[in-house]
Structures are given as structure tokens and as C-alpha cells.
Design a protein around this ligand. Structure first.
Ligand code: UN1
Length: 501
């Protein structure tokens, strides 16, 4: 298919009317041009969506889980059929390169597959009872409408991580995408509607999208008809969402900022390390929550690794994300560029040696913000950078002792992803052990980003503690019931209590 934006809209069933329905301007970071103006939901509409979601839930929770899985199976197939178009729209709307746009849709397909399999399990436990003739079990039940708040940088996959699991678990979902990327959300809604129509008999409003700014998200977060809120974004956003949901005894699944690092030890496979660091640090223009932001290099290999990395950086092609040769697309907007420049200024004040980081392609795209990825050599320090800047900046630190590197590694507020490059099994085991990385993801000989579906995804500390997309993350979308059944003719009390008249 040809990949101009009109053909992509058409392939995804986005109509002229829908693309010009309101006054939220959607700007493509590729060239800074407005590509649509969509309608935002007002407070009454959000309220109505929540009410509808509750009705849909009451019906959906009675559908057997494997039948619910059928809907997700068909959704996965719709995604397969529209992978190129949706991948292209992701690229055009959020600026990641087309390869990564395709990868994001593949991640959706993968979670659908996982959810379909799970729909035939969702298993509980049998627990030994201390009482004769008693059986104790734990069963998982649907919990209610799940609110999903997602960020611009993974505009579609994060919705699918949550909704594929939430739907097989018997819940309805309401999605509030980033106001920077509503079109990909509307496109996903079309695919969902098509899947629902194909399967038939799916409650209306089972999955809905609400468009708007932070106030729309806040309304969702504060509404006690939404028992679960899954929010992905900045730590600042999580600081608002977490307490608001907790205040009404709701459950939140938070996936917030990262400050991910790679440690390169003397025995590392340097070629592999360079490639992994490159993808981790500059992939998605440094705008993944898993992007590699800090690098610890042992003194013995510093002068081998860092020049090789600089050499690799010199070959990076920055440009139109739809061009096959491009490795780094634009930043999302001007604010992202300003934040990057401030972070680099601060690094220089703190004695960092900055390579790269300047604006690129300004003449071709005066209204878009392309940058040359930056390497900042910080030398040996007692504390590393504490803030996450959503841009391709890699802070490089020199270390001599692995324990000290691990201490510095962990000495940040965030705890999402981490990796060590080593051929020494003692170092690898230590890094993944209780005294090693304190992150939710701790890898060996692969980078910090690009986690696959199947493992639990998320992190500790200011990353928010939530887990999504694999392992037993499905339990986050269900409520647990412990049932003790007495099939004896006696009524013994637990703890041996005698209570007889
Ligand atoms: C995110 O940036 O919010 O591990 C998610 C990764 C991707 C997901 C990133 N699978 O980099």
C-alpha cells in the first residue's frame, strides 16, 4: 500500500467527518502540520461513557471466559490485517520510525494471543483446610470497568496490554489516550468495533475511547464506578492518579518514569553491547519509558567501548520516520526539545562533556523537532542523574568496582529497567540477585528496552509498582474470592475455638 496519510486514514476507516469533528488539533511531529481536529468529550459525555461501561460490564461478566477470548482472538486478527496501516499511523502521529510502529502493533497482536490463551485458564487455587470435610478455594472474578490512561510514546500497545487482559477477565474498558495521539486511539476503536461486529452479541460500549486533556482523565480517575485505573505516563501524573484512586479505595496499576541503565563490565561482548546501547538510547528518539539513560563502563574497557559507541552514533540517520533508512525520528514536540536542551545545559554545568544534542533538519522541518542524539560523559561521580528526560541523552559514567556501580545504579528514584553486559556468571548472577539491580526488569546481555510480551512489565519505586502484559498481571484486572465449603455434617470452627450452647 502507498503510505500517505490519507490512504492510511482510509485503510483504518477514519472518516473525514471524524477527522474534522472538533477543535483538538492533532499535529504530526514529523513536520509539525495539523493532520486532524477531533472532538473532545465533555464531562457529561464522560459520565455517560462510564454509565454505559457499567451496563456493558454487567452483561460481559456473565459470558464464559473462553467466549470472551474469542473477541480478543478476532481483535488480534483485525490487528494482523491492519498492521501496516496502523503501524504507519503510529509513526505519523507520534514520530517513531515505521519499523518501531510495526513492532508496536506486533506487541498488540502478541498480547491478544496471550490473552486468548489465558481466557481458557484464569485459574485459582485449592488450599488445604485445617477442618475435616472442608474445601478451601480461591477464585478470580471480573472486577468492573477498567480505565486506561496511556501516553503518546506507545499510543496503541499500552491500550492493548490492558484491554486484552481486562476483556478476557470479564471487564469493560474505557480508554483515555494522550491528547497528542487521539487518532491512533480512534483507529483502534474502529478495529475493536469491527471485531465486535464479527463476533456478534457483544455489549455496546464494552470498549470505549474518551478524548481530551487532563481533566477528562481526572474525571475517570475520580469516579468510583471505575474500580481499576491503569495509568502509564510521567511520575508527576502518577503522583496525582495514585492517591486519587486510593482515596476512593480503587486499585491503580501505575507504569511511570524510568531512569534505566546498562553496566558494561570488562568481560562484555563489546560489539553486542554497543548495538544494545544504541537501540536502547536512541530508539524511539529516547522516548520509551525503558530507554537507556545511564551507562556505567568499567575503566578497563572505557577507552574501547566509548569510542566505538561514538563511532556508532556518527552513523545514525535522523529524519522522516517513514523513510526506511531512518533510525531516529523527531521528538514529540517543542517542549520535549526544550526539556532536552535544559538537561544538556545542566549536565555541562555539572562537568559533563556533551557530544551531539543539537537540533537537526531545522531548514527542512522548521516546525518539527529533530535532534542529534547526545552522549554525555560524566566521568566518575558519587551520584548519577536523578531525573528522567524524555529525549535521546545517554549519560556515561566510569566505574572501577561492580558493587559501587550497582550502588550508583540503584541510587535513583526510579526502578523500571536495567541490564548488565558481562560474560562472567558471578557478575551476571549478582546483578539479577537480591543485592543487584532494584528494578522490575533486570537483563543480562540484552538492553533495557524492547521487552517482549509474556513477562511482567513494570517497575519499583517512583516507577509505580504496577505490572502489565505478562506473568500473573491478569490478576490486577480481577477480584479474588476465597471460598470455604463445608461438605461434612459438623461445624468445626477454625483455630479450634469451642462455641457450644
Ligand atoms: C513504554 O515506553 O511505555 O519494553 C513501553 C519496551 C516496550 C514497551 C515500552 N515493549 O520498550
Amino acid at each position: 500500500m502507498s503510505m500517505n496519510i490519507e490512504s492510511v486514514f482510509t485503510a483504518l476507516g477514519l472518516s473525514e467527518a471524524q477527522l474534522n469533528a472538533g477543535d483538538l488539533a492533532v499535529t504530526s511531529p514529523v513536520d509539525g502540520k495539523t493532520i486532524a481536529s477531533v472532538a473532545v468529550h465533555n464531562s457529561n459525555q464522560v459520565d455517560a461513557a462510564i454509565a454505559k461501561s457499567r451496563v456493558a460490564f454487567e452483561q460481559w461478566k456473565t459470558v464464559p471466559a473462553p467466549k470472551r477470548g474469542e473477541l480478543v482472538r478476532v481483535l488480534g486478527n483485525k490487528l494482523r490485517d491492519h498492521k501496516e496501516a496502523l503501524g504507519a499511523l503510529v509513526s505519523m502521529e507520534c514520530g517513531k520510525i515505521y519499523q518501531e510502529g510495526l513492532g508496536e502493533v506486533q506487541e498488540m497482536i502478541d498480547i491478544c494471543d496471550l490473552a486468548v490463551g489465558l481466557s481458557r485458564q484464569l485459574f485459582g487455587l485449592t488450599i488445604a483446610s485445617e477442618r475435616p470435610g472442608h474445601r478451601m478455594t480461591e477464585t478470580w472474578h471480573p472486577i468492573g470497568p477498567v480505565g486506561i490512561i496511556s501516553a503518546f510514546n506507545f499510543p496503541v500497545a499500552v491500550w492493548c496490554w490492558n484491554s486484552a487482559l481486562a476483556l478476557v477477565c470479564g471487564n469493560s474498558v474505557i480508554w483515555k489516550p494522550s491528547e497528542k495521539t487521539p487518532l491512533t486511539a480512534l483507529a483502534c476503536q474502529k478495529l475493536f468495533d469491527a471485531a465486535a461486529a464479527e463476533v456478534g452479541d457483544i455489549p455496546e460500549g464494552l470498549s470505549q475511547v474518551i478524548i481530551g486533556h487532563a481533566d477528562v482523565g481526572e474525571q475517570l480517575v475520580n469516579d468510583s464506578r471505575m474500580p481499576v485505573i491503569s495509568a502509564t505516563g510521567s511520575t508527576a501524573m502518577g503522583r496525582k492518579v495514585g492517591p486519587a484512586v486510593a482515596a476512593r479505595f480503587g486499585r491503580s496499576i501505575l507504569e511511570l518514569g524510568g531512569n534505566n541503565a546498562i553496566i558494561v563490565t570488562p568481560s562484555a561482548d563489546m560489539d553486542m553491547a554497543v548495538r544494545a546501547i544504541l537501540f536502547g538510547a536512541v530508539g524511539t528518539a529516547g522516548q520509551r519509558c525503558t530507554s537507556t539513560r545511564r551507562l556505567f563502563v568499567h575503566s578497563d574497557v572505557y577507552d574501547e567501548l566509548v569510542p566505538a559507541l561514538k563511532e556508532a552514533y556518527s552513523g545514525i540517520r535522523v529524519g522522516d520516520p517513514m523513510q526506511q533508512s531512518t533510525l531516529v525520528g523527531p521528538l514529540i514536540d517543542k517542549q520535549a526539545f526544550t526539556n532536552m536542551q535544559s538537561a544538556l545545559d545542566l549536565a555541562m554545568v555539572n562537568g559533563g562533556e556533551v557530544l551531539g544534542g543539537s537540533r537537526a533538519l531545522q531548514d527542512t522541518y522548521p516546525n518539527a523537532y529533530y535532534v542529534n542524539p547526545a552522549i554525555v560523559e560524566m566521568g566518575e561521580t558519587k551520584q548519577t542523574v536523578q531525573e528522567e528526560t524524555f529525549a535521546p541523552i545517554l549519560y556515561v559514567y566510569r566505574y572501577n568496582d561492580l558493587d559501587e556501580a550497582i550502588r550508583l545504579h540503584n541510587d535513583v528514584p526510579q526502578g523500571l529497567s536495567s541490564a548488565i553486559f558481562t560474560m562472567d556468571m558471578r557478575e551476571a548472577e549478582k546483578f539479577t540477585s537480591a543485592v543487584g539491580s532494584d528494578c522490575g526488569i533486570a537483563n543480562v546481555n540484552i538492553g533495557t528496552s524492547g521487552a517482549e510480551i509474556g513477562g511482567a512489565f513494570g517497575g519499583e519505586k517512583e516507577t509505580g509498582g504496577g505490572r502489565e502484559s505478562g506473568s500473573d498481571a491478569w490478576k490486577g484486572y480481577m477480584r479474588r474470592a476465597t471460598s470455604t465449603v463445608n461438605y461434612s455434617t459438623d461445624l468445626p470452627l477454625a483455630q479450634g475455638i469451642e462455641f457450644n450452647l
